[in-house]
Design a protein around this ligand. Sequence first.
Ligand code: SF4
Length: 343
Amino acid sequence: MVIGGGAPISVQSMTKTAPEDVRGTRSQVRRLARAGAQLVRLTVPGLDAAKAFARVRRGSPVPLVADTHFDPRVAMAALDAGADKVRVNPGNTRSTALREFARESGKRRVPVRIGVNSGSVYHRKGRSRNLARDMASTALAAARRFEDWGQRRVVLSMKAPTVLDTVLACRIVAEKSDYPLHLGVTAAGPQDLAAAKSFAALGALLVDGIGDTLRFSFTGDPVEEVRAGLALLTAMGLRSEGPEILSCPTCGRCRVDLPGLVAAVRRALSAVEDPLTVAVMGCVVNGPGEARDADVGLAGAADGSLVLFAGGRRLRRIGKPTAAVRALAAEVRRMARGRRRRK
Ligand code: SF4
């Protein structure tokens, strides 16, 4: 896979299993890959963990990133363990001590993420009045050293727990360099708050064309991080895979079980990779309009039946929700096949 240089923006996550739990980590990597993660990061806190990483790496369905801190020997061991990318933290590892690792990873063409977090910048520099500028300058200085040492495959990240610091740090780096950027908010909190922060920060950056890969960080199930990342890319029109489902919030006019219907449609289309729009709407107020505008759509009627639309045309009325979902999925597949043939 490619990060940067105009490649599609990738979504990643991180396993939360103990590094020595090879079986549990393998299973979590597979769950994340099934949910749509294109890259998965594993913590590698020491040399033993690097050995476990090598075992998880064998047979992994997606590239794996080794997350290292403090000890440059661990970053080197992660290279030997077959890491597809290694993350180092210049906030807690002296970058001069990383010279050998930079040379070796450059020689082996293994990319490196220089990941600066607000916490570790404070740890080294003390609290300053301008966190965003400190994070940006720490990342850029480390990246330039790595280039001098022969490592040009560098991705940068600058993460803080606040939307503003994260956005400002990334903007500074994007203005001063063209390194690919990994976006994320660190220590973002429980899922609802973390999702809000990440949508705000990453959305603001992506609107400006900043960002090449991203991770949502939740205190919780990492599969939810992947789902949120994919949802953000879909919402911003930056994802070229999978249908986008448009559905109304429902209100007192709705005579169908719209949440149940939307869940059934999602399940029915889970294997579809083509970027189509699918509307699932509650009633005649906005239903027929949205369903006509989408590639394929269903709109609820006052008697509880559903009307199927495809390609802007009303096709037919269907009484049972299960039959309506089957018919919609068939139209989606037919339309996707037609588009692929025309390409
Ligand atoms: Fe309510 Fe109908 Fe609008 Fe849905 S489309 S929110 S059911 S008025």
